[in-house]
Ligand binder design. Structure first.
Ligand SMILES: O=C(O)CCC(=O)C(=O)O
Length: 283
């Protein structure tokens, strides 16, 4: 990819702006995917880090989630800083500068009954703004049966925040004053809603806006472990907004509430127009 063209075309940007989500194919090659898949399974096996698990009974599978993997494992850090991902974020947000926010793993063992409850992401985060993109990287084959993520097209334009729900239903995140997100997978919500999902191969990615409503069913496969790695990047219009019921960052940006979070330690710049990937400048 160069700065203006490449795997994110104008049509992709237009789809992202219209639907609040776009699927890009073949973003990471087999070598990247193998390395990240190994890192993901090692993270889950280690039990280390900021993990969350759905509370399931024996025989109901396992739904594992963890954040800030790239702080602990160089394989994730390399993908965060030196793959095509930062530039994809830049293109989709039409950004001059991209900062890393955090990364998160979502793994569902074969036969996991737990859904990913329908939600949108901004209620979880101590920020406001539109320029926050999540890039969900498939590290296993994914389809409707193996818990492919589903999205309500255009829901980012509703400008609506739904009550945050973590895989373990942590009450700290649940703001009772906020509306519960309908379960679009079960046909709740606006009957005219268009629900989008894609069959994916490892290395394909889904890019979504912070207000796009999404969720997933359990993993009905008897053999496939479903692995998604979401990496979140920030652009220009983001404002620091440390509200109750939002996640704790590894370090708060040292700026006033309402300000752009220009803190290179808390939210390092990974890509800048005219300079490209900053990891390459440092190498
Ligand atoms: O992988 C999943 O089940 C959920 C993904 C998600 O909610 C996200 O990436 O924001």
């Amino acid at each position: 990819m160069n700065e203006n063209h490449g795997i994110v075309g104008e049509q992709d940007v237009a789809d992202f702006e219209r639907d609040g989500v776009v699927c890009l194919r073949g973003v990471l090659d087999a070598e990247w995917c193998e390395s990240l898949r190994d890192a993901a399974l090692a993270a889950m096996a280690s039990g280390q880090g900021r993990t969350r698990e759905a509370k399931l009974k024996p025989g109901e599978g396992r739904f594992y989630s963890s954040v800030y993997l790239s702080d602990a494992d160089a394989r994730f850090a390399r993908a965060r800083d030196a793959s095509a991902l930062p530039q994809i974020a830049a293109r989709l947000m039409r950004a001059e500068r991209v900062r890393f926010f955090y990364d998160q793993l979502f793994i569902k063992a074969p036969g996991t009954v737990a859904p990913t409850p329908w939600h949108n992401d901004l209620p979880f985060w101590p920020f406001l703004g539109n320029d926050l993109v999540s890039i969900w990287v498939a590290l296993s084959p994914v389809n409707a049966a193996t818990s492919g993520v589903q999205y309500v097209a255009g829901s980012h334009r509703w400008n609506k925040m739904f009550r945050a729900i973590t895989p373990d239903y942590d009450p700290r995140f649940m703001d009772e004053s906020m509306e519960v997100c309908p379960d679009y997978g079960a046909g709740e919500g606006d009957p005219s809603a268009r629900v989008l999902s894609w069959d994916m191969q490892p290395g394909d990615v889904l890019c979504h806006h912070p207000l796009t409503v999404h969720g997933a069913a359990g993993n009905a496969s008897a053999t496939t472990t479903r692995i998604g790695w979401s990496i979140r990047y920030l652009g220009a219009d983001v404002r620091w907004d440390p509200r109750p019921h939002t996640m704790t960052l590894r370090r708060d940006p040292q700026v006033a509430p309402g300000a752009y979070p220009a803190d290179d330690e808390a939210l390092p710049v990974v890509w800048e127009r005219g300079r490209g990937l900053l990891a390459e400048q440092a190498a």
